[in-house]
Design a protein around this ligand. Structure first.
Ligand SMILES: *Cc1c(COP(=O)(O)O)cnc(C)c1O
Length: 415
């Protein structure tokens, strides 16, 4: 069946025909039959170079042999027990090695669940009610954080969601990214803040990069006000290096959330941090948190295989950075009027003259021009995430020919 026919069926059965709003491409999305390496094959017989990589998790590419073998071997032994497994201490030890700030951690099933739980622990530990987040920061689709969130929420222009109680979101305060003084003001005026949660590098409107010293200032301001600092590294964890943004910038947050890459492409979330805070989590402490699928053996097997592969192939991050820079050079040569923002294997071409520093500036981008670029690139066999505000992700499986094709595509489309 072709994509148009599949969509006609799906739209009668599912809201918008999709399982997550960002996938709702007009007039209809393409349907994927298979993925291998840096490419996907569609129901319409197209073989596309994938710059979306499932919105980040697939750092090693589609169907990576090492991960496939790990999943297969676990499958033979069953895939869910409802008891602890040896995979849990193994995985926790690997993560702790890369994220020393995560002294204790818990495995959950999604990034949303990880941030929801981290916020609950922060409130339980401090006994305070409010949280501060960054405008345009995305932390999943739960009530407390659906306020000026990025990702699909930004594309659809629904910074707030119907069905979220104002009584709840009045406990969620906003500050602009890259603006330490408004964080300082907010914390000085409000003594009831449990935590400041942020993506250290904004990944859901961009990427938008931290200015020099911003993250250091964030660390010292939160410390001075005795407010917990939560780094949401669901995208940046294992993406900007094995140690994520905290390793790259040398910051020690109080709590961290991971997801996406750390599950090797299977559903996962992790939250963890300082021992005295995580000791509040049940059964040690009074903050309740539980899940049937938590510590899922398949996700942990895939995650362990991913981390071990990265340990053995430490050159991957340099190669990813080189590939993204090659694309950046082609964009510069094209003479386009927008701005190219890149950090490691995350990159984006913004239809805005200067790289945005925050949500408000990112929103000034010309989304109509982006839609044109997106279509042109697709017709050249290159699948970009379908929004000006979703980051492009490269994988270690992209070949030099793939990168060459992406670079040429940008150059031709932008000149
Ligand atoms: C994707 C994402 C989440 C949500 O993770 P899910 O697994 O989709 O629930 C949370 N925070 C950030 C920074 C993300 O990019």
């Amino acid at each position: 069946m072709k994509s148009s026919e599949l969509y006609a069926r799906a739209v009668k059965l599912m809201p918008g025909g999709v399982s997550s709003p960002v996938r709702a491409i007009k007039p209809h999305p393409f349907y994927t039959l298979a993925g291998r390496g840096g490419r996907i094959v569609t129901a319409d017989g197209q073989d596309l170079i994938d710059c979306c990589m499932a919105y980040g998790p697939l750092l090693l590419g589609h169907a990576h042999p090492a991960i496939l073998a790990a999943i297969r071997s676990q499958l033979e032994k069953g895939w869910l027990y409802g008891t602890p497994t040896p995979l849990e201490p193994e995985m926790a030890g690997l993560i702790r090695g890369d994220y020393p700030s995560m002294e204790l951690m818990r495995f959950v099933s999604s990034g949303s669940e990880a941030t929801m739980s981290a916020i609950r622990v922060a409130r339980g530990f401090t006994g305070r009610s409010d949280i501060v987040k960054v405008e345009g920061g995305f932390h999943g689709a739960h009530d407390a954080v659906l306020v000026k969130a990025g990702s699909g929420a930004t594309t659809l222009g629904v910074p707030d969601s119907a069905g979220v109680l104002p009584d709840l979101t009045r406990h969620t305060l906003q500050v602009p990214y890259n603006d330490p003084s408004s964080l300082e003001d907010t914390l000085a005026r409000n003594g009831d803040v449990a935590a400041f949660i942020l993506e250290p590098v904004l990944g859901n409107i961009g990427p938008v990069l931290p200015e020099r010293k911003y993250l250091d200032e964030v660390r010292s301001i939160t410390k001075a006000h005795d407010v917990l600092l939560i780094f949401d590294e669901v995208i940046t964890g294992y993406r900007l290096g094995r140690g994520g943004a905290q390793g790259l910038y040398g910051i020690r947050p109080d709590l961290t959330t991971l997801g996406k890459i750390v599950g090797g492409g299977l559903p996962i979330g992790v939250f963890g941090g300082r021992r005295e805070i995580m000791d509040y989590v049940a059964p040690c402490g009074p903050v309740y948190q539980a899940g049937t699928f938590s510590g899922n053996p398949l996700s942990l097997a895939a995650g362990i295989a991913t981390i071990r592969y990265l340990q053995e192939n430490s050159d991957i991050y340099n190669r990813l950075d080189d590939m993204a820079q090659t694309i950046g050079e082609a964009v510069h040569d094209s003479g386009g009027k927008g701005s190219f923002v890149q950090l490691g294997s995350m990159f984006k071409y913004f239809f805005r003259e200067k790289p945005p520093r925050n949500y408000r500036e990112a929103k000034e981008s010309d989304t109509g021009a982006f839609a044109g670029l997106w279509k042109e690139m697709l017709s050249r066999g290159i699948f970009l995430p379908p929004s000006q505000f979703e980051t492009n992700f490269l994988s270690a499986a992209h070949t030099d020919e793939d990168i060459e094709a992406i670079a040429t595509g940008y150059q031709e489309c932008l000149s």
